[in-house]
Design a protein around this ligand. Structure first.
Ligand SMILES: [Zn+2]
Length: 202
């Protein structure tokens, strides 16, 4: 993934000037670049829907960190504070196992939750699996835009799909069930192929 150009190219494609100040304590500049791209893209999409997008703050940390939603271990989005919390050990593991687009997927998925919050979807008491699959789908949509503006490299789409599958689970009985690997991979590709499907199917 040619991450260094993510924000500028996506912004250019949307006719925007995304010069946002850095919003968090980064320990990986690539996260900042990708976040800028996500801010610009979803900001524009929500604007067209008449919703002002309050960009989420993105925090990256190595250890368990207390957040407004409780202790953060794995990547998650906290709706109360509109903050994304990335665990860099988890990110490194995914990137090491799959490739650089694994991190792109993880961040795009959490942004998906932020988009859901702004659209009022998180208030609807939907089953967690539905919320999670929709976030996977929205991550797929961001991959599609990235491809459109030429920043996906060969294999990136496969890496994104593989990551979505890797974070799936079979804990059907568990309230925190996020979807099976097959469901998550399919949701991601669905968003890549047709953004509307994220709101029609999930
Ligand atoms: Zn999620």
């Amino acid at each position: 993934m040619k991450k260094q150009v993510v924000s500028s190219i996506i912004a250019l494609s949307l006719g925007l000037f995304p010069f946002q100040p850095l919003q968090a304590a980064w320990d990986r500049p690539t996260i900042a670049a990708v976040s800028d791209g996500l801010d610009a893209f979803w900001g524009e999409v929500l604007l067209r829907l008449g919703v002002k997008y309050r960009y989420p703050l993105v925090y990256s940390h190595r250890n368990i960190q207390s957040t407004p939603c409780g202790p953060a271990m794995l990547a998650h989005y906290c709706a109360n504070s509109n903050t994304i919390h990335l665990n860099m050990a988890q990110m490194d593991r995914l990137v090491g196992q799959v490739g650089d687009s694994a991190g792109y997927f993880a961040l795009a998925h959490e942004y998906g939750h932020s988009v859901q919050r702004h659209l009022g979807i998180l208030n609807k008491n939907l089953p967690i699996v539905k919320i999670e699959l929709q976030a996977d789908c929205l991550a797929g949509t961001f991959f599609a835009v990235s491809e459109e503006v030429g920043i996906l490299e060969p294999g990136d789409l496969q890496e994104g799909t593989m990551t979505a599958m890797m974070v799936g689970d079979y804990d059907y009985e568990h309230t925190n069930h996020h979807g099976t690997p097959e469901q998550r991979g399919r949701a991601f590709l669905s968003g890549f192929n047709d953004p509307r499907s994220c709101f029609e199917k999930y």
